[in-house]
Design a protein around this ligand. Structure first.
Ligand SMILES: NC(=O)c1ccc[n+]([C@@H]2O[C@H](COP(=O)([O-])OP(=O)(O)OC[C@H]3O[C@@H](n4cnc5c(N)ncnc54)[C@H](OP(=O)(O)O)[C@@H]3O)[C@@H](O)[C@H]2O)c1
Length: 334
């Protein structure tokens, strides 16, 4: 099968499409024919593995342990292992699994996989899990229900997920911060107010919030502090300059009335099912910036690395036609 591989760390150019062995599903796994995948910010960071070198303890010190790239997928179940009970051949599914930039991926039935929302195309479905699940798991611990919440970096993958979940699930009063080109989009996702960060500085407006969620980790606690209500919480997706956020979180737990917190995102099966329900109810939608062919993965990753994408960047892996079989010209298995 064709897959995006990298056998060393480095710039996006280390990625290439190669023929690799098709995975054989174990008893508790399903084999998914991948129709669409994405390049996430996490994927792009992992290929360079420069900013957080300690992440190599997990991914491989000198060279990547897992060589197939990508994490989000949407596709069709093609084989099921003997112990699989719920999923069936032909099911349309989406989820998160390492090595998803490939024509096939083997996924444990108990892993982060669920039936694809019927109203979404494969490309749309592939763009759902990363932003929504990370936003949900970073926000849930600060109980934003019904509160006044500001989202900074609201047009990114996590940001667009956060705005929708806050407005439509947590019933929060959302103020979103993004740049001029994304104002209308972010408003359409449910933000009550939108601050154009290129024109206005929310920290100077005198408005205070119960929660400030920095979905791109570009605004420090120090700068956000006076925009937090007493008892307010600043949550950031990033470890911050010199990885100071965990220490700051500890200090603000015991000193002062405003707290800082590192958002720790997780991919969880039950949350994927929850988000699917939101989609089916019309309360969540994926935001796609650009779509690339699998062969254009280097260009796609370069674009993700700019840090300027709006929502998600999708990779077309193989074409779908009615009946679920790969379309003409699709990359057939070896
Ligand atoms: N803590 C965790 O568990 C965890 C897990 C995964 C990822 N992350 C981190 O989460 C962050 C966001 O990920 P993502 O996938 O949502 O990123 P993303 O989609 O690449 O974010 C792009 C958005 O960031 C905005 N942005 C860029 N520079 C900005 C700045 N200086 N000020 C304000 N906004 C800025 C851009 O908006 P403009 O167009 O307005 O510039 C763009 O819309 C990344 O730093 C990633 O490392 C954390």
């Amino acid at each position: 099968m064709r897959a995006v591989v990298h056998d060393r760390y480095g710039p996006p150019e280390v990625l290439r499409v190669a023929e690799v062995e098709r995975p054989v599903p174990k008893d508790d796994e399903v084999l998914v024919r991948v129709h669409a995948s994405t390049v996430t910010r996490g994927d792009a960071m992992a290929v360079r593995s420069v900013e957080y070198r300690f992440s190599r303890l997990v991914t491989g010190i000198r060279r990547p342990r897992r060589t197939i790239f990508g994490s989000e997928f949407a596709g069709r179940v093609e084989e099921v292992g003997a112990a699989v009970t719920e999923l069936r051949v032909g099911d349309e599914v989406f989820g998160v699994e390492r090595g998803a930039n490939a024509e096939y991926v083997a996924v444990r039935e108990s892993g982060v996989i669920a039936q694809k929302p019927t109203a979404l195309t494969y490309e749309e479905a592939a763009a759902v899990p990363d932003g929504s699940l990370l936003a949900l798991t970073m926000l849930r611990p600060v109980s934003p229900d019904g509160k006044r919440v500001l989202v900074h970096g609201a047009a990114g993958s996590i940001g667009t997920g956060a705005v929708q979940l806050l407005a439509n699930h947590f019933q929060a009063e959302v103020t979103a911060v993004c740049d001029t080109k994304d104002v209308a989009l972010v408003r359409s996702l449910g933000a009550r107010e939108v601050v154009d960060r290129l024109r206005d500085d929310f920290t100077k407006a005198g408005t205070t919030y119960d929660v400030i969620f920095d979905a791109v980790g570009k605004h420090s606690f120090r700068r956000c502090r006076r925009s937090l209500k007493p008892g307010g919480i600043y949550v950031t997706a990033d470890l911050g300059f010199m990885y100071h956020v965990p220490l700051l979180a500890l200090v603000t737990r015991f000193a002062g009335s405003r707290r800082a917190r590192l958002g720790i995102g997780r991919y969880r099966k039950e949350d994927l099912r929850l988000v699917r329900e939101f989609i089916e109810a019309g309360r969540y939608r994926p935001v796609i910036d650009r779509t690339f062919a699998l062969d254009e993965v280097v260009a796609a990753t370069r674009y993700v690395e700019t840090g300027q994408k709006t929502g998600n960047v999708v990779l077309r892996v193989c074409e779908a036609v009615p009946g679920g079989q790969p379309g003409p010209g699709a990359n057939l298995p070896v």
